[in-house]
Ligand binder design. Structure first.
Ligand code: C5P
Length: 224
């Protein structure tokens, strides 16, 4: 069977990451969470008081940022590292979610991240999830899936995830953040969130994680 690239795009909190991670696991593919890369950059900007509106500060920051993924044998998945430090938990917190769309809209940030993402997927055998993977990072991906779900379901899902990590956030705050990010991600100039023409739509409203995984695996097998 030939190795392929699987691009999973969609709005925030539709279940992209959980699905992509499990699909990669079952295929023995590499999983790349492109959102985690933008989140790590955002965390650096927050911690180092980088002004996103100042191109000089942004350039200097990008020279000093190294984002990588390290496989954690204990949990069976990769975790995100920023300049050698494990930031997997920190980047999922609300204070990062509230700034990430602003930072990911900066052309220089996108250029650096897209370059790195293409390098990571060069050898194929990769599942990457994000916003512009099928439309921009890998326009020739063999399989493109675009996931969506109703806002209520997405907000509840995100609340549970945050709670599991010890952060209690009320539903209106989460909904507001998701709406704001959808809007900013869809309206930015550089690589906005769009549905690639050849993407297969997958609504996750009434699907369990296992059903989502099965569905994507079935589509992938047809392309191999
Ligand atoms: O997927 P996740 O919700 O963790 O992504 C966080 C943010 O990173 C998104 O809201 C978006 O601003 C940015 N992002 C992006 N392009 C991608 C993946 C994520 O701009 N390919």
């Amino acid at each position: 069977m030939k190795k392929i690239v699987i691009a999973i795009d969609g709005f925030s909190a539709c279940g992209k990451s959980s699905t992509a991670k499990e699909v990669a696991n079952r295929l023995g593919y590499k999983y790349i969470d492109s959102g985690a890369m933008y989140r790590a950059v955002t965390l650096y900007f927050i911690n180092n008081y980088v002004n996103p509106a100042n191109p000089k500060e942004v350039s200097k920051a990008m020279e000093n940022i190294d984002v990588s993924f390290v496989f954690n044998e204990r949990i069976g998945f990769s975790e995100t590292y920023l300049n050698g430090l494990n930031v997997e938990k920190e980047i999922r917190k609300m204070h990062v979610s509230q700034r990430v769309s602003e930072v990911s809209a900066i052309p220089e940030v996108r250029k650096c991240m897209v370059h790195q993402q293409r390098k990571l997927g060069r050898k194929k055998g990769v599942v990457m999830d994000g916003r512009d993977i099928g439309s921009n990072v890998f326009p020739n991906a063999e399989l493109k899936v675009f996931m969506n779900a109703d806002m209520e379901i997405r907000a509840e899902r995100r609340q549970k995830e945050l709670l599991a990590k010890g952060e209690l956030v009320d539903l209106p705050t989460i909904e507001e953040n998701l709406k704001q990010r959808d809007k900013m991600d869809s309206e930015r100039k550089e690589n906005p969130l769009i549905i690639a023409e050849d993407a297969i739509m997958l609504s996750t409203n009434f699907l369990t994680l296992e059903e989502q995984v099965e569905h994507v695996l079935q589509l992938a097998t047809e392309k191999m």
